[in-house]
Ligand binder design. Structure first.
Ligand SMILES: [Zn+2]
Ligand SMILES: [Zn+2]
Length: 191
């Protein structure tokens, strides 16, 4: 079930539209803005993905609990082969509006003060009362995507001479010689 939230754009949520008791949101393949974001960042999805968010507002502060589930198609930094990587990542975040807008926002009372004190440093500031879901969810995808993805911790990479993958055994060029440092020296000397 896709649920829609009020906002200016499909990925912008008016935090004052978050009802008491919180707001459940789900995103997936149908949300073109999210697909576009992943595409722009060069992330390839291998299976339908699923994002869930729970938003709760206390006065001018929004707390988010969410999770992303996806299989990403990554390219191994050593051997260059594509491989599928399952992503299941729960996260939480907090946002605060630093502008004064309306008085209804103070309904949180004491609870709000307590939460603010607990999470003072962990709150990101919003400069409008719209929460941008692309920024929020996109950041989680980027955080969870390794800079140097490996198809396997033990990936042997490719032969530096012939370029053949060494994961299925030795290559044909006999590059095991290069592991001997004297081989390089001999080659330089022309022996
Ligand atoms: Zn590899
Ligand atoms: Zn080789």
């Amino acid at each position: 079930m896709e649920k829609k939230a009020k906002g200016r754009k499909p990925y912008e949520i008016d935090i004052y539209s978050i009802p008491e008791g919180g707001l459940d949101l789900e995103y997936g393949e149908r949300d073109k803005w999210l697909i576009d974001f992943l595409g722009e960042k060069g992330l390839k999805r291998e299976s339908p993905f699923h994002v869930t968010l729970f938003l709760e507002r206390v006065g001018p502060v929004v707390f988010v609990k969410g999770s992303i589930h996806a299989a990403l198609l990554l390219t191994c930094a050593r051997c260059g082969e594509d491989f599928s990587s399952d992503l299941a990542h729960p996260f939480s975040a907090g946002f605060s509006t630093d502008f004064k807008e309306g008085k209804g926002g103070m309904r949180g009372g004491i609870r709000e003060e307590v939460k603010l004190a607990e999470g003072e440093t962990g709150l990101s500031q919003l400069d409008t009362h719209f929460l941008n879901i692309v920024d929020l969810v996109g950041e989680q995808f980027l955080l969870e995507t390794p800079m140097q993805p490996l198809c396997n911790e033990a990936c042997k990479g490719r032969c530096s001479r012939c370029g053949e993958s060494l994961n299925s055994g030795k290559c044909q060029c006999g590059a095991e010689k290069k592991e001997n440092p004297f081989y390089v020296l001999k080659k330089l000397k022309g022996e």
